[in-house]
Structure formats: C-alpha cells, structure tokens
Design a protein around this ligand. Structure first.
Ligand SMILES: Cc1cc2nc3c(=O)[nH]c(=O)nc-3n(C[C@H](O)[C@H](O)[C@H](O)COP(=O)(O)O)c2cc1C
Length: 452
C-alpha cells in the first residue's frame, strides 16, 4: 500500500528525544541494569574473584541437588483467579512469633565478608530496612554484636553448627541471645562437609592466597581486592586462623556425633524460638516436630551437602500434610525469583529463606546490591500475587499451583521395600519402616492437596 510521506520536522524529532540524566554513581548505574536475580549473578561474576564466586555459586559433587531444586520451581503451572480486587497487596507474614514485611528472610551464610567486604553488615542492615529477618551463621565473619549494630531495630536470627568444642558453640549462642536475636536455627545437615569440587579445583582456601593464578584473576577485579586488603581482616567468631579449604575447616570444627538428644538439650538452652534447618524427609520432619520445636527448615543446604538429595519444594506438600499447623515450615534451596517464593507459600510453606539470591546482590554491589535483590524479589512477589488474583499471603493455596514432575520415582512394585535408618528416639523398627514408606509414598504427593 502506498503511504504518504513527509520529511520529519525538527519539532517532531525533539518530542521523541528523551535523555535520562546520567547516573554518576557507578554502583547505582550497574545495579539499575539488573532486573532479575540471574542478572545480578552475572554482575557478581564479573566483579568477584573466581575462588570466592565459585565458593558461593557452586554446590556439591555434580551439583544435581541445586540444579534440580531450581528446575522444580520452573516446572510449575500457576492457576490465576480473575476479577479480584488486588489494588492493595499485603505481602507480610507472621513467622516465629514476629512479623516479616515480606515472606522471605536472609539465610545464614558463612564467610560472607570474603564474597564482598561489606558482608553480614550489608545483609543485616538491608534486611532491617526491608522489615525482614537476617540470619547470622556460626561461621559468619561478623560478630553477633556487629550484626545487632547493623540491624538494631530489626529481627536477627542465629544459626548454630554444634562444634566439637561445645562450650565455644554455646558461648556464641549466648552472645546472640544477649544481643536480642529472637530465633535459633539449628543446622543438622553437615555431619561432614559436602564435596565442593569447585573449591578443590580452584585451590580455594581461607583466607584466599595470592598465587600466580589468583593474581592474574585479580587484574580485572581491582575493587574486590582493594576492599579485601584495606578493610578489617577476616576473622571468624568460631576460630582465629585457618589455612586450608573451607570443607577441611568444617570437618575440623563440627561435631559429627550430634543426635536427637543433643537437639533436645540445645532447644532447652535457647530462650526464643527454635527451628531445625536441613530437614529432608517426612520422617525427620515428624520426629523433630514431636520434640516440640517451633519450626523446621526444609532445605538441602542449597545443594551444598548431599548431592541428588530430595527437592525441598517437592517434599513440602507431604510434610505440610503430616505436620498440619502445629509447626511452622520454612523452605529454602533454589529460590531465584519472587514467583518461586509465591509457589512455595501456595504449596504450604509459611516462610522462605534466600541464600545465593542475597549473596549475588552483595557481590554485585554491597549493601545497595542486597537492596536490589530485595527490591527485585518484592516486585516479583507482588506482581505474581496480583496476577493470581490474591491480595494477601493467606489467600494462597495449593489450588494456585500444579507441580509438574520431570523425574518421578519408578513404580513401587519395582523397588525394594524402603527401610529407615533413622535413629529417631523411642520408635520400634516397624514404626520406623512404616514412617519411611509413608515418606516414599508421599514424595509423589497430590499437588492439589489443600493447605490445612
Ligand atoms: C556461600 C554459602 C554459604 C552457606 N553457609 C551456611 C552456613 O554457614 N550455615 C547454614 O546453615 N547454611 C549455610 N548455607 C546454606 C544456606 O543457609 C541456604 O540453606 C541455601 O543457600 C539456600 O539455597 P539457595 O542458595 O539456593 O537460596 C550457605 C549457602 C551458601 C550459598
């Protein structure tokens, strides 16, 4: 079709021209370009030496636990409801006796100042500003007092790895209690460190050592090294000096003899709420719930421990069905978007934790980078909830999600009968076997089961 044409007038061109004012702050300019957690990861990778980046990004062995957990969140279908008033969406939830403005908190991560020099202080202050909890690891690189200083008004949680030196562990727990930390997460999935093969290949030690290859790798990442060399040297609350890989350190420090009796003892020492982190079967979820803990964290440690471990998101409906509403369920591993968080809540989680999503933000831009992570997730959560037609987290239910399973168990009759090795106190062998089979059966849980 022939169209009439004319030469554009300067006034018309001027109307089309829009120039944004130049952002002189390099960090702000960089972060503004990230619209997803994956984009923050790409910035983090460019700016962090390979050893520290791989320590964070990597998982155990063939990294299948992590890849499958992330895939499970992608393999869902949402079911939206139409014509609901979603002009105002309330993303806040109640967790462990307090409010959180968003349905996620920051997971405990060790050695955080090695990833970026602002470390835990950046995480804690960003969490405080957003009204969400921050968790400090036993092998954190900031003291409980330092975290309280960074997040004086907000909620802080402490994560315990029981060390062989129990007095040392408990004195750190006491300091956290004295600093007003309100929840203790007891991590139970590290009887031995997972095989983090990237660290072995990179020869990654703490503190990082200057070798010809690390020096070469440092050249395009000067800011990280300047920060590392000119800020407070890395010290650990749990030890003063170490010269090996992180896996070797964990094996040296942690007590692999911990049992349910020790857990009961730890629970009695803590004045606030107690949750057990690293639950990976229905049987164990029930066992710790029966002990009277306040919550569990369904987690395979971000895929950093047992490879080919259960996918926490797939385990969730069966655990919720078993526990009812008696115990709060927190879920982590594999969360890379706000839609992942919404799906977890719909399938029965009360709350979620983010590990790498927080650390990618930190490595991409310190405190402002963590703010960016939280902003991205917040907008994704809010938008997903509106598109699903729900105005508050309580309205989410399993009817909003179908979990599509890529890998499903082979038919029961083709498998040997499951037996449980669980050393759950006070149970007969038959009870243990029954519980184990229930776990297997319910791992193919009905995705439409209602949240009780
Ligand atoms: C670099 C790194 C360090 C971690 N350190 C700890 C730790 O000290 N204690 C702990 O209980 N979990 C630790 N975790 C596991 C996290 O608390 C959380 O379970 C996991 O990161 C969730 O998976 P995601 O990274 O996919 O969000 C660590 C995870 C990462 C990535």
């Amino acid at each position: 079709m022939k169209q009439e044409r004319h030469l554009p007038k300067p006034r018309e061109l001027a109307q089309l021209m829009r120039f944004k004012s130049f952002e002189f702050d390099g960090r702000a300019r960089r972060l503004a370009k990230a619209h997803t957690i994956a984009e923050l990861r790409a910035i983090a990778k460019r700016r962090t030496p390979q050893g520290a980046f791989d320590y964070t990004d990597g998982a155990a062995e063939a990294e299948l636990s992590l890849a499958r957990a992330r895939q499970a969140f992608r393999d869902i279908e949402f079911h939206p409801a139409i014509l609901r008033d979603v002009s105002n969406v309330d993303t806040s939830v109640e967790i462990f006796g307090g409010r959180s403005a968003l349905p996620f908190g920051i997971a405990p991560t060790g050695f955080t100042r090695m990833m970026q020099s602002e470390g835990e202080r950046a995480g804690a202050s960003a969490a405080g500003a957003a009204g969400i909890p921050f968790s400090l690891s036993t092998v954190g690189t900031t003291s409980p007092e330092g975290v309280r200083e960074a997040n004086p008004q907000g909620r802080n949680w402490f994560q315990l790895y029981m060390q062989k030196d129990r007095d040392k562990s408990m004195s750190l727990v006491q300091r956290a209690a004295d600093c007003g930390f309100d929840t203790l997460l007891v991590t139970v999935d590290v009887p031995v460190a997972g095989a983090r093969l990237r660290d072995n290949r990179n020869g990654f030690t703490i503190p990082p050592q200057l070798t010809p290859s690390t020096v070469l790798n440092a050249i395009p990442r000067p800011e990280w090294w300047i920060n590392f060399l000119t800020t407070e040297p890395l010290t650990f609350a749990s030890l003063s000096q170490w010269d090996g890989t992180i896996g070797e350190l964990l094996n040296e420090l942690f007590d692999p003899t911990i049992t349910f009796d020790d857990l009961a003892w730890i629970r009695d020492q803590w004045p606030g709420k107690v949750a057990v982190k690293g639950i990976q079967t229905v049987t164990d979820a029930k066992a710790v719930a029966d002990m009277g803990v306040d919550g569990i964290v369904l987690s395979n440690h971000g895929g950093r421990q047992l490879d080919r471990a259960p996918i926490p998101f797939h385990l969730l409906p069966a655990v919720r069905a078993e526990l009812g509403n008696d115990v709060e369920i927190v879920l982590d591993t594999g969360i890379m978007s706000g839609a992942d968080i919404v799906a977890a809540l719909a399938m029965g989680a009360d709350f979620t934790l983010i590990g790498r999503a927080y650390l990618y933000g930190l490595m991409a831009g310190g405190r402002e980078g963590v703010d960016r992570t939280i902003a991205i997730l917040t907008s994704e959560i809010t938008r997903t909830m509106k598109l699903l037609g729900v105005a508050s987290v309580d309205e989410l239910n399993p009817g909003h999600v179908t979990q599509l399973q890529r890998l499903s168990p082979i038919a029961r009759e083709q498998r040997p009968a499951a037996t449980s090795q669980a050393t759950t106190p006070g149970r007969t062998v038959t009870q243990k076997r029954k519980a184990a089979s229930a776990a297997v059966v319910s791992s193919v849980a009905n995705p439409r089961r209602s949240k009780p």
